[in-house]
Design a protein around this ligand. Structure first.
Ligand code: BGC
Length: 749
């Protein structure tokens, strides 16, 4: 339907009809107005598979493919693969008559303890943004909408409905918002879901700066904003701020609030925005209805209830998992070649492949690692631990006996489902005690032991030095079992890379001490130094660095070439990295490109990921990965000018296979415009000397105070502010005269 036609429809509606559209019909659909031919559309979680539970209650849902959750998908370092996953989800959404999938979820992983870390991509906004963009483009390629969530800063579950996230402007822009900015601009999601929490004192659901100034005015978002389920506080203020749809429906309460706000009657909730007086105009309501209906009509028209091939999707889920799991350690134990393997751990038969909460998919075809491994070699199973009881040590001795009688042991373990869920955070990074003891005792008996980890967020690994191999399988979706078997037996070559750093100790994490906050407030005192940015800046060794992952082949980073050695800040530069596969097996490598500013004016990370590319390299061959870096790759957010800023100087471009290993570097000189603050009485003498209006100012001052003042001026201490002139020139220059001069000079071109 055309915009003009929707406008005409809105003109026909009563105020009550309009406000009825701005809240859900129930938990999973929008309101229809049959008399005007306005349809309802269906929404369903997300993000790594459909959870269509309309009519089934909260805990049941229509079976669907469970794809790898974002924690694993992001380790693919492959936007195209994310697109493929999105497209498959989009097909299932069409079949299940879902018009908007509630995802992807794209909050930054600030702490490994975050309860929903498994649903989020990364600690790095560039990686996170690209993976989310891929998922959105994939889903939307099937003419199904998305809801990029949770905007913004929902990096913890503790007190998520009320917590106030206190974050500096620069960290917000460079880290937390940047993760959303790229997918909003590149992939254009049909909707954005606002978060429950407050950001710097204001609930996201009524935060005009966030929902309108940044999202719409700066980033050009054209869809509609929906609330997270129950995130609305002051509904009227929400509409003013840019929140179109409240979810789920609130059965009339908030409709009345909106009608009252338009009619100048009492609105129950206090306004928290001085510019909003709890009054709305019909125009504001119309605008919100228009934005919503444009998407509703468009998605409704594109419904296409074609049945999809779930077995093909299962295979897609397996392929994505294989391309994403991360080989962390290999002392020659892998790939498995011949002999008998003791497969130990309940997760081998009762796999852990997704997290708890609203993203929980009723998976169609969950494969067990044990069954999949049995396809490739001789295996024998022992339970080893109990998923229901962390302190059950009774199963260890059988497992140890079995391990001793085999050629190797593979322990499949990790965090039980109850450890990781929406709604609460973890309080430590440890595996259950029974699992740790099991690993210890098995290794003592069978030195050739490999650990396969199934977890949604980093865990401590006291066994790291004792075992022969570690495969970080994360939460791999319904095909995790097959992916694990293929990787262990070398049917596939591992090529996943960590999308987050694994700290040696929780205490090393930058948020430690400020997570999950106190008195309903969290101080993000680490600022921009999240994840590897922190560990590198503070020289803190990590267990495994961001971007790290081994392969069964080896890659050599041969050369890096820049298209130019000098650029203007608005020019792009092309970077070509040549990589050779020097091993015996074909493989994929995620080539990572980082940028460091040599002598920054402000504190900047040692390096920051700016681009990445996954390339396939045949054994013995070389390929080139080509990247384009633009202004933003050199910029930082300046909280004085409230904008992205590049300073002239030398920037080093680093290419490598992890944040910790960048063997190739090349530098480029960037020339950027100069930034000057307006002169003020607080400008220092040293700033005055380089200020473009410095000479003019001095001339004016001398004409007021007399030429003899020049000598004194030349001897002023560098760090003194201009106001000190008044006392230095024996009353020849009064404060009002000085202020007038400053104003005059500032206003001249
Ligand atoms: C979650 C969202 C989810 C919604 C609907 C909320 O509790 O935070 O991610 O989409 O519920 O299930």
């Amino acid at each position: 339907m055309k915009k003009s036609e929707i406008k005409a429809l809105v003109a026909e509606m009563t105020l009550e009809e309009k406000v009825s559209l701005l809240t859900g019909a129930n938990a999973w659909s929008t309101v229809a107005i049959p008399r005007l031919g306005i349809p309802s559309i269906n929404l369903s979680d997300g993000p790594h598979g459909l959870r269509r539970c309309d009519g089934l209650g909260w805990n049941e849902s229509v079976p669907a493919t469970c794809f790898p959750p974002a924690v694993l998908l992001a380790c693919s370092f492959d936007e195209e693969l994310a697109k493929k996953q999105g497209a498959a989800i989009g097909e299932e959404a069409q079949e299940q008559d879902v018009q908007i999938v509630l995802g992807p979820a794209n909050n930054i992983k600030r702490s490994p303890l975050g309860g929903r870390c498994f649903e989020y991509c990364s600690e790095d906004p560039v990686l996170s943004g690209h993976i989310a963009a891929g998922v959105i483009e994939g889903i939307q390629s099937k003419k199904v909408g998305t809801a990029l969530k949770h905007f913004a800063c929902n990096s913890q579950e503790t007190e998520r409905f009320v917590v106030n996230e206190l974050i500096g402007e620069r960290a917000l822009r460079e880290i937390y918002l940047a993760s959303f900015e790229y997918p909003v601009k590149k992939a254009k999601p049909t909707s954005v879901m606002c978060a429950y929490n407050k950001v710097n004192g204001e609930y996201c659901s009524q935060n005009r700066w966030l929902l309108t100034d940044v999202l719409r005015d700066e980033w050009g978002f054209k869809g509609f904003v929906m609330s997270d389920w129950g995130a609305v506080d002051n509904r009227a203020q929400g509409v003013y701020a840019g929140l179109e749809l409240e979810m789920p429906g609130t059965g009339g309460e908030n409709k009345r609030e909106l009608v009252n706000a338009v009619n100048g009657e009492r609105v129950s909730m206090p306004s928290t925005d001085p510019k909003f007086k709890n009054k709305l105009t019909v125009y504001q309501i119309n605008k919100a209805v228009m934005r919503l209906l444009e998407v509703v009509f468009s998605l409704h028209e594109k419904r296409n209830k074609k049945s999809c091939d779930y077995s093909k999707h299962h295979k897609t889920a397996v392929d994505i998992a294989k391309e994403s799991m991360v080989l962390l350690k290999n002392n020659g134990a892998l790939p498995i070649k011949g002999g008998k393997t003791a497969v130990i751990g309940e997760m081998a038969v009762n796999p852990r492949y997704q997290g708890g909460g609203s993203s929980y998919v009723n998976a169609i075809n969950v494969t067990k690692p044990l069954d999949a491994m049995a396809q490739y070699g001789e295996v024998e199973y022992s339970q080893g631990y109990s998923l229901d009881n962390d302190k059950d040590y009774d199963k260890i001795s059988d497992a140890v006996k079995l391990a001793g009688s085999c050629d190797r042991a593979v322990i499949i373990c990790g965090l039980p489902l109850s450890y990781e869920s929406e709604g609460y955070d973890r309080s430590h990074m440890n595996l259950p005690d029974s699992q740790l003891r099991l690993i210890d005792e098995v290794v003592r008996r069978q030195p050739n032991t490999v650990v396969v980890l199934c977890n949604g967020s980093p865990v401590a690994m006291p066994f790291v030095g004792k075992v022969n191999g570690i495969l970080e399988a994360y939460l791999g979706g319904e095909g995790a079992g097959e992916a694990i078997a293929d990787l262990l037996y070398g049917k596939a070559n591992p090529c996943g890379k960590l999308a987050e750093s694994f700290p040696q100790y929780l205490e090393h994490n930058p948020s430690y001490g400020n997570f999950p906050g106190e008195n309903s407030k969290v101080n993000y005192s680490e600022g921009i130094y999240v994840g590897y940015r922190w560990y590198e800046k503070h020289n803190i060794p990590v267990l495994f660095p961001f971007g790290f992952g081994l392969s069964y082949t080896s890659f050599r980073y041969d050369s890096i070439e820049l298209s130019k050695s000098e650029i203007d800040e608005n020019e792009e530069i092309t970077v070509t990295v040549t990589v050779s596969n020097t091993g015996a097996m074909d493989g994929k490598e995620a080539v990572q490109l980082y940028v460091r500013e040599e002598n920054p004016r402000v504190s900047r990370p040692e390096k920051e990921l700016k681009a990445f590319k996954k390339v396939f390299v045949k054994a013995g061959e070389s390929v080139q990965a080509v990247f384009t870096l633009d202004r933003r790759c050199f910029a930082y957010w300046d909280d004085e000018i409230h904008d992205w800023r590049v300073d002239s100087g030398k920037f080093v471009i680093l290419a490598g296979d992890s944040s910790d290993n960048c063997p190739l570097t090349e530098s480029v000189n960037v020339s950027a415009r100069d930034y000057f603050k307006e002169l003020s009485i607080h400008t220092t003498y040293s700033e005055l000397k380089t200020h473009p209006k410095g000479d003019k100012f001095v001339k004016e001052v001398l004409s007021a105070a007399g030429e003899e003042f020049k000598k004194q001026l030349d001897n002023m201490p560098e760090d003194w502010p201009l106001r000190t002139m008044v006392s230095m020139c024996e009353a020849k220059l009064t404060l009002p005269v000085l202020v007038d001069i400053i104003e005059k000079v500032n206003s001249e071109d």
